[in-house]
Design a protein around this ligand. Structure first.
Ligand SMILES: Nc1ncnc2c1ncn2[C@@H]1O[C@H](COP(=O)(O)OP(=O)(O)OP(=O)(O)O)[C@@H](O)[C@H]1O
Ligand SMILES: [Mg+2]
Length: 269
């Protein structure tokens, strides 16, 4: 369904220096897959997700959706494909505050097929019921707990039955137990509809729910088991913390393998 071949994304910094965020990503995602991507802050996870979600365009390599190179499509076709085939779940729920839970879930159906449009209220209600919140349909998000808000967001992401679900730190704003419940639900509903799920997470418990885990480091993906991801994550964090501590105590620059974020900040300063 989704094929990434040597996918690259770089940006030009104000200094005219080129920042290579993704340096050649190869990945295949099939219907029913659940892929987790872990990586330290600044490693390019959101950049990658924005490419997968057709929000951003690559600067090199190929991104194929059902065999079509989506970088060749115009904005309107990309937007249509995004709306019909991709569902997003974010760390900060991103619900509309002045609308009810039901209205939030109905929102994507406004842009759906005529059949989805006319049946929007019933379809949204069914999805709310599926995430266990049918009785909260008339409530505004501010009246719901964090876990409930994220379940509304899950219902909104899935109501058009997308074939690809992209979740960027979906449990980041929730406590551990609530996060696990939300994640299990997301995984379950994705599986039911044979959708592919790509989850970005710092949380190795969350990554453990996936079928495959990858570590994003130095702009490339490394196939890892969850325990390897754990070691690799703590190692990079450890190395970076160590390097920063040395730099802070000596005032020395942190060397060639600095984080891209640091490079960016430095260039801006
Ligand atoms: N448009 C841009 N211009 C300049 N630098 C950028 C741009 N977009 C991303 N970056 C830099 O690229 C790197 C990767 O960013 P990204 O947001 O993908 O990281 P991340 O892995 O999602 O981090 P986090 O876990 O903190 O969310 C960062 O160093 C960021 O500052
Ligand atoms: Mg991010």
């Amino acid at each position: 369904m989704l094929q990434l071949r040597d996918l690259r994304r770089s940006v030009r910094l104000p200094s005219h220096e080129e920042l290579h965020i993704l340096r050649g990503i190869d990945l295949t995602v099939e219907p029913g897959d659940h892929v987790a991507i872990v990586g330290r802050s600044g490693s390019g996870k959101s950049t990658l997700l924005n490419l997968l979600g057709l929000i951003d365009r690559q600067t090199g390599g190929e991104l194929l959706f059902d065999g079509t190179d989506v970088s060749r499509l115009g904005e309107r076709r990309r937007a249509r494909l995004r709306g019909a085939s991709i569902g997003f779940v974010f760390q900060q729920f991103n619900l509309l505050e002045r609308r009810t839970a039901l209205e939030n879930v109905m929102m994507p159906l406004m842009y759906g097929s005529p059949g989805q449009f006319w049946r929007r209220e019933r379809l949204a209600m069914e999805m709310l019921d599926r995430v266990g919140l049918a009785d909260r349909a008339p409530q505004q998000p501010s009246r719901l707990s964090g876990g409930e808000q994220q379940r509304v967001a899950v219902a909104r992401a899935l109501v058009r039955r997308p074939r690809l679900i992209l979740a960027d730190e979906p449990t980041g704003a929730l406590d551990v137990t609530t996060g696990e419940a939300v994640m299990a639900l997301l995984d379950e509903i994705a599986r039911e509809s044979d959708a592919a799920l790509v989850t970005i997470t710092h949380d190795l418990q969350v990554a453990a729910l996936s079928r495959r885990s990858y570590l994003l480091d130095e702009g490339t993906l490394h196939d890892v088991t969850t325990s390897q991801a754990h070691d690799a994550l703590s190692a990079t964090v450890g190395i970076r913390a160590g390097r920063e501590a040395v730099a802070a105590s000596t005032g020395a620059p942190t060397g060639a393998s600095r984080d891209a974020t640091e490079q960016f900040r430095e260039v801006q300063a």
